[in-house]
Design a protein around this ligand. Sequence first.
Ligand code: NI
Length: 172
Amino acid sequence: MALLKIRHYPDPVLKKVAVPVTEFDETLRQLAHDMAETMYAAPGVGLAAPQVGISKRLTVIDCSVRDEEAQLLILVNPEIIHREGESCEEEGCLSVPEYYAKVDRSAKVRVRFQDLDGQPHVIEAEGLTSVACQHEIDHLDGILFVDHLSPLKRSIFRKKWKKIEEHRTEQM
Ligand code: NI
């Protein structure tokens, strides 16, 4: 097990569309477990492979902090096949630390994915897990939560982000 380095906005890997996973081997298993360890250590409720510099369609999610029923989800090649209702919750992202904003999402989603052995599954997600699925699958398409903000809010984000980065550089 190892902690992986989390890439921050505006790292170009975060803008790339990730490629489907085709090899369900030990390398994939190791990557998924390292990503889970990195997510728990951060701490965060979701992490997608592009966030650790690997442009593959793999994400880990664990929303048990908010939802006791939740457990670790490892989603390979996930795809949203059904959406229902509306939700607008405050989101953050390990690649955009210290910045939070409300994002319009679907309230419930049905997600088709493969497990680490390549077996297909379908899950129904609601609440924080639904938001996390949408947020993480966006990462696989090169989309960050700040990309969903209105032009005005995005310009406010860019100004705030500059300050956050300057502050971080001063601390180093
Ligand atoms: Ni994120």
